[in-house]
Design a protein around this ligand. Structure first.
Ligand SMILES: C[S@@+](CC[C@H](N)C(=O)[O-])C[C@H]1O[C@@H](n2cnc3c(N)ncnc32)[C@H](O)[C@@H]1O
Length: 412
């Protein structure tokens, strides 16, 4: 299965998002939460039966929180992206039989409206180059479908949420990247359609069934998904935690806002490129659109992470034989200053003897290796954590120096 909302049901644990390179015209799927990290999260939770309150300060698609809830714990998680918070809340929520029934009724109402054609399509989302994602017929159907869901359901309501999750799945299946759907194959580049007769309504119907089957499998524990900034954890969560499991952003210039923008525009979380860039600037590790130009003006704060190791890395990157060396050196500095703020802010919410796991990859910039795991270890040591270990988990790709680690440490 190829969609953000996963391969089993609403509660699935493997998340994919859409990746489209406008320059090369290549499409593909990017795994937000690869299967191996799902397994790690699950194993860590099972191995710690005494950990009752588990925090993930970088929610993403709510894997940790959902996993905690399924193991009858309390899983609390934070994200700065309101779309991911909405998604996480809907994944971790409990749905009653009445909720399922009323959503099925709402679905019938939506389909009646779509088939009658007696409804004004919603405006086209202001996503740049939208016609490269969807062909005209698909766009027309999606606009009609969204208008019908909005007309049939209230905001906020469970019916609206569940149908919009199914809508997310459908919009990805109807995109030019949907190479897995039998009746919709496209040649590389996304332009040549092999079969024009696609049953759009049938696809949405399948997606609604899929989401509903997941919605009916309620977790026994509680999953809480909160909107907030992990550089100020204490301002977002209540109480203390005995286990932290997270996969934070990596220092690799991947922008979650960029990757998620098709969903965010269709679901009205974004309406223009400027806001997208502003939100990216707020995220740790973001450098997309306006975020990159802001970086050129940015100076390291007084409360920066002071490290000889980091200074050497920044110096090498800024003197690389490349015109972007200066700005990328700032990018790396900001990433570690932000993570430093995060770790310092985490201390007040840690129970004594809390254990933390940060699953993170290293990166390279113009041949300079940025050993994120070692820099995390240095920060944690300075803050007073003990038994700090960086265990390699896997190689990230064919480049042999790119590795993912589980950085483990214990609070005193
Ligand atoms: C690598 S992803 C997390 C993946 C997640 N552990 C999972 O399993 O799906 C990093 C997440 O951190 C979020 N993020 C970035 N900066 C943040 C901040 N300052 N506060 C809270 N969340 C932030 C991003 O929006 C993104 O969802």
């Amino acid at each position: 299965m190829e969609l953000l909302l996963g391969n089993e049901n609403l509660r699935q644990r493997a998340d994919f998002t859409y990746k489209y390179n406008v320059k090369t015209g290549r499409h593909g799927w990017l795994r937000l939460t690869p299967a191996y990290s799902l397994k790690i999260v699950e194993d860590l939770i099972v191995a710690k039966p005494k950990a009752k309150r588990i925090l993930d300060p970088f929610c993403g698609t709510a894997t940790t929180s959902l996993s905690a809830a399924y193991h009858a714990r309390e899983g609390v998680t934070i994200d700065i992206n309101p779309f991911l918070v909405w998604l996480g809340q809907s994944k971790t929520a409990r749905y009653s039989k009445d909720d399922i029934k009323s959503t099925n009724n709402a679905y019938s109402g939506v389909m009646d409206l779509v088939k009658s054609g007696d409804i004004e399509p919603c405006p086209l989302p202001a996503l740049h180059n939208i016609e490269r994602w969807w062909h005209r017929k698909e766009l027309d159907f999606l606009r009609l479908l969204k208008a019908a869901i909005y007309k049939t359901t209230k905001e906020p309501s469970i019916e609206r949420t569940l149908l919009m999750i199914a809508f997310c799945r459908t919009l990805m299946k109807l995109s030019n990247a949907a190479f897995n759907h039998q009746s919709m194959s496209f040649k590389d580049g996304g332009q040549i359609r092999m079969n024009l007769e696609v049953d759009f309504a049938g696809i949405f119907s399948e997606d609604v069934q899929f989401v509903m089957s997941g919605a009916s499998q309620n977790p026994s524990g509680e999953g809480k998904v909160l909107l907030g900034d992990s550089r100020n954890v204490v301002g977002v969560v209540d109480g203390k935690f005995d286990l932290i499991i997270t996969s934070p952003p990596y220092a690799n210039r991947m922008s979650y806002i960029r990757e998620l923008r098709p969903y965010m525009y269709w679901l009205d979380f974004l309406s223009n490129g400027r806001d997208a860039g502003e939100l990216d600037w707020l995220t740790i590790g973001g450098t997309w659109g306006i975020a990159t130009s802001k970086l050129t003006e940015w100076e390291r704060p007084a409360e920066q992470f002071r490290s000889k190791q980091l200074v050497e890395v920044l110096d090498k990157i800024s003197h690389a034989d490349n015109k972007n060396g200066g700005v990328l050196s700032k990018y790396v500095a900001k990433y570690f200053d932000d993570m430093w703020a995060h770790f310092r802010g985490l201390l007040p919410v840690l129970d004594s003897h809390a254990e933390i796991h940060y699953i993170v990859g290293n990166s390279t910039f113009y041949g300079t290796l940025v050993s994120t795991e070692l820099l995390y270890a240095e920060m944690l040591k300075e803050l007073g954590f003990t038994n700090i270990v960086c265990s390699p988990i896997r190689k990230r790709n064919s480049k042999k120096e790119l590795v993912e680690f589980d950085v483990v440490a214990h609070w005193r």
